[in-house]
Design a protein around this ligand. Structure first.
Ligand code: FAD
Length: 449
């Protein structure tokens, strides 16, 4: 083990972002302590600190890849534990208003589907197997301790006795909201980062059902998109470990609250297509109906600050929270942790490795966030009631999307490119590269000839 950066790194929060970051930090610090405020079970279980975990959580191929780079063999672990393999495009029924259901092509690419507690549990098991990572459950961080323009460690409560202090060379804030990092900036008298907010006021309603014994669909996963501005309802059906489906309806205030299975099922015919309604005709929910309100996508631009306090690093949702319907948050978190791993490796040879790693992370993180952010916010801005600034070229980008999906249907090369971008394996710019753009233009030219 190399110890280029200091004796201890502390990670605030043991969610997907925190556990991935711990894996990235472990080779470079003597000790990595993950402080998680929740008590943690020795099995996959929903918990209060991740109130979103009863809702559909898709891990994209780009996130799975990043997790496998941090914890080699992670994909195998997840599959062996019981996650369901789904071929991207091949096994997914992806329904749009403009072009209908996308063709089902085999691109040799698959994802693994499971519940959020299950994915986190498999990841936690991997992190805990690393000798110098300690996961300290039941420890709520109350403050990043400041010292001369730096983070000196954290203060935390463990429920018994007075608060304790843990000194650290690096504090990674993976608490989901970034509150402790923002308070550190306030304490030091430094400016807070600018914030970009796209207001969507989305309501998530989720049910989990056993897959009916006689269900024999020719798909494994369904995505039924809305049709802005007329139809705001969106739904997704995803297979889970244990022979179950998780189904989420996302709404922008167009329907009343769905409080029971009867009203949930009755709302499904309002979707763009009857696919999910038909699939659930004979299904019974295993659990209650769950709700989650998501007001806005939020990007706190820590990367635009002239510098960060030495030893402080926000990551994952603490930096940027995406509209969940696009399934990007865990994957973006894992990709940021992978970036951290890369910059730690590069910074080790620098005269001040810690500062170099912080600067390297902040220089690279915008590129990691830009693709998921622009894809999700541009789709959201198609609804006139979405709050937030529309980019100057917004109309052009909507036209581009329409042309892109015409070409996805007609041309497997464009389809593959769209899949790779959507799965966060490639940057969004790929779609504008000449070899793809020409194919998109050719399909549009034919359509309007
Ligand atoms: C309804 C909904 C659906 C979603 N669906 C998807 C999806 O399909 N696919 C996807 O990839 N992402 C999805 N996401 C996003 C995803 O949950 C997060 O982006 C992802 O989990 C990364 O989050 P994180 O680790 O930064 O924060 P979180 O997962 O929120 O974890 C933060 C952790 O920090 C702990 N914590 C907080 N404060 C403290 C403190 N002071 N001290 C100690 N511990 C603390 C919390 O208990 C928690 O364990 C969804 C989100 C929502 C809200």
């Amino acid at each position: 083990m190399s110890n280029f950066f200091g004796r201890r790194a502390v990670v605030v929060g043991g969610g997907i972002g925190g556990l991935s970051a711990a894996g990235a930090l472990a080779p470079y610090f003597e000790q990595v302590d993950v402080l998680e405020r929740d008590r943690l079970a020795a099995y996959a279980e929903s918990r209060p600190g991740t109130a979103q975990d009863r809702h559909t959580h898709g891990l994209l191929a780009g996130g799975l890849k990043a997790l496998g780079e941090i914890f080699p063999g992670f994909e195998r672990d997840l599959a062996e534990a019981g996650a369901v393999s789904v071929g991207v495009a091949q096994d997914i029924r992806y329904e749009r208003a403009d072009v209908g259901a996308l063709p089902r092509r085999d691109f040799g690419l698959s994802i693994l589907c499971a519940s959020r507690p299950f994915i986190e549990f498999v990841l936690r098991r991997r992190a805990m197997a690393v000798a110098n990572i300690a996961l300290r459950a039941g420890c709520r961080v109350t403050e990043i301790v400041p010292a001369h323009e730096a983070a000196h460690g954290v203060r935390f409560d463990s429920g018994s006795g007075p608060s304790e202090t843990l000194e650290a060379d690096l504090v990674v804030d993976a608490s989901g909201r970034g509150a402790t990092t923002l308070e550190l900036l306030d304490t030091l008298g430094w400016e807070r980062p600018q914030v970009t907010e796209i207001g969507i006021d989305l309501t998530y309603t989720t049910a989990v059902v056993r897959i009916p014994a006689d269900a024999m669909p020719d798909w494994k996963l369904v995505i039924t998109l809305p049709n802005p501005p007329a139809l705001g309802l969106y739904a997704v059906l995803v297979p889970l470990e244990g022979g179950r489906w998780i189904v989420t309806i996302a709404d922008r205030g167009s329907i009343p609250r769905l409080d029971n299975w009867g009203s949930f099922h009755a709302a499904l015919p309002q979707l763009l297509t009857p696919t999910i309604y038909d699939a659930l005709r004979r299904a019974e929910p295993l659990d209650g109906i769950r709700h989650y309100g998501f007001p806005a996508s939020v990007w706190r631009h820590f990367e635009r600050l002239p510098r960060l306090p030495r030893g402080a690093l926000p990551i994952a949702d603490a930096l940027c929270r995406f509209n969940p319907i696009y399934g990007q948050g865990m994957s973006a978190a894992a990709k940021q942790a992978r970036l951290l791993q890369t910059v730690l490796g590069l910074a080790a040879a620098e005269p001040d490795p810690l500062l170099a790693a912080q600067a390297g992370f902040m220089a690279g993180v915008e590129a990691v966030l830009q693709t998921p952010w622009s894809m999700s916010t541009s789709a959201d801005l198609a609804f006139p009631d979405t709050r937030g600034e529309r980019p100057e070229d917004f109309e052009k980008s909507r036209q581009f999307e329409a042309a892109l999906f015409r070409a996805v249907v007609a041309d497997p090369v464009v389809h593959r490119a769209m899949i790779e971008v959507g799965q966060l394996l490639q940057p969004h710019d790929l779609l504008h590269e000449p070899h793809i753009k020409e194919r998109i233009d050719a399909v549009s030219a034919k359509a309007f000839a």
